[in-house]
Design a protein around this ligand. Structure first.
Ligand SMILES: C[S@@+](CC[C@H](N)C(=O)[O-])C[C@H]1O[C@@H](n2cnc3c(N)ncnc32)[C@H](O)[C@@H]1O
Length: 207
């Protein structure tokens, strides 16, 4: 059978610091929805380390849904759910369907999406998290961010030029703009953790 697993080398470097940060902030029960799971390598690494929570991977790109499926077949964990196809800009996400089996979603994790897609994905992410999370539910957002309009590292200037060469709508987002967007959906910015390689983990909580 064909192996459809994709490989994103950065996930091997950032997965342990991500796990350590999430462990301190995750809820005790329920399901964690991972938005934009990419290859699925984060999902298969993180899920077995956060039991008894369930882990729900998702992807926009069907080929990446297949990659997650094959990663799960390769590295199964009983708390790892089959990936769902999820476009954050959709008005309703599949996990909101009445027949979705793994309610309640008590937390949402998203890594490395909002800078490498148009701003409407940040809007969609916050709108969806606002609809899905109950009071006290948390959203964890990992990636590079600007602070007060400034890059936090010289290397991010080059990185942003590369992003804009892919699509002028891509770009390293200012945390203040993200915070403002989140607040429109009752998601309050509660904590920031600096992460290796000039990244950050931001935690938002539903009021
Ligand atoms: C750089 S990858 C990050 C993947 C993974 N989270 C990681 O850190 O390795 C960016 C991801 O954002 C996803 N993405 C882009 N637009 C999206 C949308 N509208 N809805 C959901 N995911 C989207 C892409 O399909 C891709 O999987």
């Amino acid at each position: 059978m064909t192996d459809r697993r994709q490989f994103a080398p950065a996930t091997e470097r950032n997965r342990t610091p991500i796990l350590e940060t999430l462990k301190a902030w995750l809820p005790e029960s329920g399901t964690v929805l991972e938005v934009a799971s990419g290859s699925g390598e984060h999902a298969v690494f993180l899920a077995p380390n956060v039991k008894p929570l369930k882990w729900q991977p998702s992807n926009f790109d069907p080929e990446q849904v297949n990659s997650v499926t094959d990663w799960i077949a390769h590295s199964p964990s009983e708390n790892l759910l089959p990936p769902v196809r999820l476009d954050v800009t959709a008005a309703v996400w599949p996990v909101e369907a009445a027949d979705y089996m793994d309610h309640p979603i008590t937390a949402i994790f998203n890594a490395n999406m909002i800078h490498i897609s148009p701003w409407r994905t940040a809007e969609g992410l916050m709108a969806g998290a606002g609809r899905i999370l109950s009071e006290g539910g948390r959203l964890y957002l990992y990636g590079p961010f600007k602070i007060d309009g400034e890059h936090t590292a010289a290397s991010n200037i080059k990185f942003e030029a590369w992003l804009k060469s892919l699509d002028p709508e891509f770009g390293v987002r200012d945390i203040e703009a993200v915070r403002t967007e989140a607040a429109k959906h009752n998601l309050l910015h509660k904590a920031t953790k600096p992460m290796p390689a000039n990244n950050f983990m931001h935690m938002f909580e539903k009021a």
